[in-house]
Design a protein around this ligand. Structure first.
Ligand code: CU
Length: 290
């Protein structure tokens, strides 16, 4: 009975793998190596899993209780120990070593990569890109407020032409390497686009990063991959990968920090004017009442 159960587990697992509708979405970045390492780990762990299950089934059948037969006591088997040690070492090394090579590439950002910044907060995403100067302005969390959600230093000339994308999708040009700088305003978040494979935690008070090159046009979901509170599941946005001309069109329509500052100042001036007009009207009303 146990033997049949164990064999069914092994067969069922393989069938589930072959027939399962849940598999990766087609890749849209340069990180095919990450898929390769996962597939390699899958084959090593999968083979060992099936081998162990079938070995247990074999032992349950071969060494089942028989009247009058006693088991033999064999505390040591040097030969078997060597054999198991070598096979285990090769298996573990096979899972670890390719990952080290991929990690080395993952943390080596190409010199030509364009920086973009992703800001996470409970529970939304916003994005910042360098303007024509190609440089992001310096930021400070102390400067973060409703009018300056990124905390950009208004005195830094590099920040004036920064492009701010708040409440809209992120657009990226096709086949251009991107260095993603990640910030969080409140708790741990994690920027993840399944089709890009790469992801990274966002830590309040620190700037983390990763890089990738989008290799396929399309619209892909941005997910938060770190449980960050009750709205975690709804922390969504989208990234649109498109050809350079379409991307340039989109970029030209976006708000820059300079324009955002000007709008804030204009609003402040209007409010002041309204307030003084109201004060004057109040005085007139008081005089008239007298
Ligand atoms: Cu989150």
């Amino acid at each position: 009975m146990i033997v049949v159960g164990l064999v069914l587990v092994a067969v069922g697992t393989v069938l589930f793998h072959l027939l399962s509708p849940w598999w990766w979405t087609p890749i849209a970045s340069n990180w095919g190596y990450i898929d390769d390492t996962i597939v390699l780990t899958f084959w090593i762990t999968g083979t060992v899993f099936i081998a162990v299950i079938l070995f247990m089934a074999y032992c349950a059948l071969r060494y089942k209780h028989r009247a009058g037969v006693r088991s033999e006591y064999r505390p040591e088997n040097k030969n078997l120990e060597w054999w198991l040690t070598i096979v285990t070492t090769v298996g573990v090394a096979g899972m670890l070593i390719p990952g080290l090579f991929v990690w080395n590439q993952f943390v080596t950002v190409p010199a030509e990569a364009t920086e973009i910044e992703v800001m996470a907060k409970q529970w939304s995403w916003s994005f910042r890109k360098p303007g024509k100067d190609g440089k992001l302005g310096t930021t400070n969390v102390r400067l973060v407020n409703a009018d300056n959600p990124f905390g950009i230093d208004p005195k830094d000339p590099n920040g004036q032409d920064d492009v701010l994308v708040d409440g809209d999708n992120l657009h990226l040009p096709l086949n251009k390497p991107i260095k993603v700088l990640l910030r969080s305003l409140d708790v741990l978040h994690d920027f993840y686009v399944p089709q890009f494979r790469a992801k990274m935690d966002m830590v309040p008070g620190a700037v983390t990063y990763f890089w990738f090159t989008p290799t396929r046009t399309g619209t892909f979901d941005i997910l938060c991959f770190e449980l960050c509170g009750v709205g975690h599941h709804a922390m969504r946005s989208q990234v649109v990968v498109e050809a350079q001309t379409a991307y340039d069109n989109w970029l030209n329509q976006q708000m820059t920090f300079k324009k955002a500052l000007a709008a804030v100042e204009k609003r402040a001036a209007e409010n002041k004017q309204l307030a003084s007009r109201k004060a004057a009207a109040d005085i007139v009303a008081t005089i008239a009442a007298d």
